[in-house]
Ligand binder design. Sequence first.
Ligand code: FAD
Length: 431
Amino acid sequence: MAEDKFTAIIVGAGPAGSTAAYMLAREGIDVLLIERGETPGSKNMFGGRMYSYVLHRIIPEFWEEAPLERQVSREVITMLDGEKSASISCQNENWAKPPYHSFTLLRAEFDAWLAAQAEDAGAMLACGIRVDDVIMEGNRIIGIRAGEDEILADVVIAADGANSIISEKAGLRSKLSPADLATGVKQVIELPAKTIEERFNLQPGTGVAHLYAGTCTRGMPGGGFLYTNKSSISLGLVIKASELQKNQHLLVDLVEDFKSQPSIAPLISGGEVVEYSAHLVPEGGISMAPRLFSDGILVTGDAAGFCINLGYMVRGMDLAIASGEAAARSVMEAVKKDDFSANSLGIYKDLLAKNGVWPVMETYHRAPQLLDTRRLYSNYPALLNNLLVEMFTIDGTPPVNLMDKLKQQVKNSNTSFINLIGDAWKGGRSL
Ligand SMILES: Cc1cc2nc3c(=O)[nH]c(=O)nc-3n(C[C@H](O)[C@H](O)[C@H](O)COP(=O)(O)OP(=O)(O)OC[C@H]3O[C@@H](n4cnc5c(N)ncnc54)[C@H](O)[C@@H]3O)c2cc1C
């Protein structure tokens, strides 16, 4: 039964939806934000770090109030090869000073806070409601259906995450293919703040982001992550969904393997697992983006495929917030014209181009293809580790110069200089 009518209904109180709701409510536009979880964030997970620049643009100095964990001041990338590991580390103390570069955070707290900002600005938040369908009048979306309830709106914003049923029901995208998705699995492991600071060589308040490639995914495209929170560690794996399906590996086994790697185990030793979760990651890049708007509808965040995995960084939160911002601005323009047609809402694409989301998607459009290269997950971690171990081992055997060592290791790792050069060239263009 149709009840009230809103100017905008936003489906999903993740970072994309709550940002759009906050911006619209701040302008006095009546907006209903619907979330299927009992509280915003209760159904959400991610690796662990959000880049700050976009939210700072929308809520200046949000770090004064938002529930955040640590300011990330060090990045570490590690290639794992069984007992061996090789890392590159980059530290920048400026990242830990205002306007902080990125923060680790926990979604249950952060998403609830962001949705509360939208509520305080005047948005109506309805939790524990799963939207099942959109209501259409001809080709135009005029509202949503949740169980028996029908609610009308001038515009619906689909902010319902990677597996967006709203964009599918609206006919803006077809069913997702496992080839475009990764499965993420994560544990939160509690440890005292002091222990974390000692183990990771951190100052109170500062944190580190670790990404891993190599044996942690048993050769499947994907990688591991570890982020330090105040008094816990977020640790897990992201693995291409089609590979997991094909190889029939159990995620739980893969995570336990990862945790037992010699370079990881001491970092989490004595910690207690207090949370375990899994979630899809849209990794197909620009090629999996649905139609972003139509009559009476806009698609944002993960629902629009705005998530980038470059191997050395994962970005989804900042793109979700920025696309929520662009969606809200598009609706503000539509309200001024009282025109919610595709023609009017098409300004969304220009706003995404201006606020940086679309350029990110375009710049990294080759990344998904590159990250399908199997050599990145088996041959190269082995090659790098074996070469470094050779370099640093002194055992009385006759010396061999570095070039000969490299030739030998390339041969041992079942690859070739042609592959190496080709992949390095592709990597430079894609990342
Ligand atoms: C393992 C993993 C690691 C990641 N690591 C990082 C990282 O470190 N940094 C980073 O920036 N990004 C990371 N990401 C990506 C990031 O989490 C997403 O890009 C981001 O959460 C997208 O925000 P969103 O608001 O679009 O969608 P979501 O955060 O998925 O929010 C969607 C919301 O919609 C609700 N919803 C869904 N369907 C319905 C429905 N039918 N009715 C009502 N409500 C509904 C959900 O409950 C949810 O609250 C990671 C993702 C995963 C899975």
